[in-house]
Write a protein that binds this ligand. Structure first.
Ligand code: ZN
Length: 285
């Protein structure tokens, strides 16, 4: 079974907070030895992904200099150029970009980015603030998904109040055709809220990045009832295990084959390539 990894990162050593490098030292030292090769040569990532059974990988920039990183969208676009399996997303900062919606349009139309990542707890805004609405209107018009970081984080200065998933409810209501993805599915103490919201709204999805796959059914006991709304992401290279190993654990969980296929490939495929929201979810099922 092929995999779409909806959540990977590209960076250079000097573009990220030193805490992140320390994390890699402990959790992925093999990667850290090759960090400079990886930063300069996309084939390093491509070959790794292929070895793990990954067909497509979303590559995320991160414009959040106050906390985690300053990885510009332009650099990620350049890195992914010419490699079909690498799918660049954009990062804008609503606090420092004077016209974030215009910037997003430029990234999509001129640079080929396929989605947007926002980091409320690193960039310090509530997702339902009116000043963010032009960004969502633009993303909906361009038919691209928006990923929100929803959950805990290791970076100092993170303010978790901003990523409470309840603020996404307003966006789901006001932008019914916008595909909203909750990265990390509420890691920490919002699992139930994320699960409910993604079942309740046809346009909200959960990405399970950074959650130990063996614990998925503990966090989401009814996961099989929401199989078409859950998306696999690895956070590579910020992860202790291989992507393939995590995918194998998911395959071994007591879930229907339709759910497993949905998590590892189909749901992401639908969002990235078909442009459709999932079918209406019936909560009484
Ligand atoms: Zn991440």
């Amino acid at each position: 079974m092929e995999i779409i990894d909806f959540h990977t990162h590209w960076f250079k050593r000097e573009l990220v907070n030193p805490t992140f490098i320390e994390f890699l030292q402990v959790n992925n030292p093999t990667f850290l030895q090759r960090i400079d090769d990886f930063s300069s040569n996309p084939l390093v990532a491509v070959n790794y992904f292929k070895s793990q059974g990954v067909k497509y990988a979303v590559v995320l920039p991160e414009y959040a200099p106050a906390t985690s990183a300053l990885v510009p969208t332009e650099a990620v676009v350049e890195y992914c150029q010419g490699e079909d399996m690498l799918i660049p997303f954009a990062s804008v900062n609503p606090n420092t970009d004077p016209e974030p919606a215009t910037k997003l349009e430029h990234y999509v139309k001129d640079c080929g980015v396929k989605g947007l990542k926002l980091l409320p707890s690193y960039q310090f805004f509530y997702p339902n603030e009116a000043r963010l609405y032009p960004i969502y209107a633009k993303a909906q018009e361009l038919n691209i998904p928006v990923i929100f970081h929803v959950g805990s984080s290791r970076f100092k200065g993170t303010r978790m109040k901003y990523c409470d998933p309840i603020y996404l409810d307003d966006i789901a209501v006001d932008f019914p055709d916008l595909k909203i993805i909750m990265a990390h599915s509420g890691r920490g103490f919002w699992y139930e809220e994320c699960f409910f919201l993604s079942r309740f709204h046809k346009n909200i999805y959960m990405d399970i990045t950074g959650l130990p796959p063996k614990n998925l059914l503990r966090y989401f006991p009814e996961l099989d009832r929401n199989g078409e709304k859950i998306i696999f992401g690895s956070d590579w290279p910020a992860m202790p295990k291989g992507i393939k190993e995590n995918a194998e654990i998911i395959k071994s969980l007591p879930l229907s084959s339709k759910t497993i296929e949905g998590i590892l490939y189909r749901n992401a495929q639908r969002i990235l390539f078909n442009g459709g929201a999932s079918s209406e979810i019936n909560l009484s099922q």
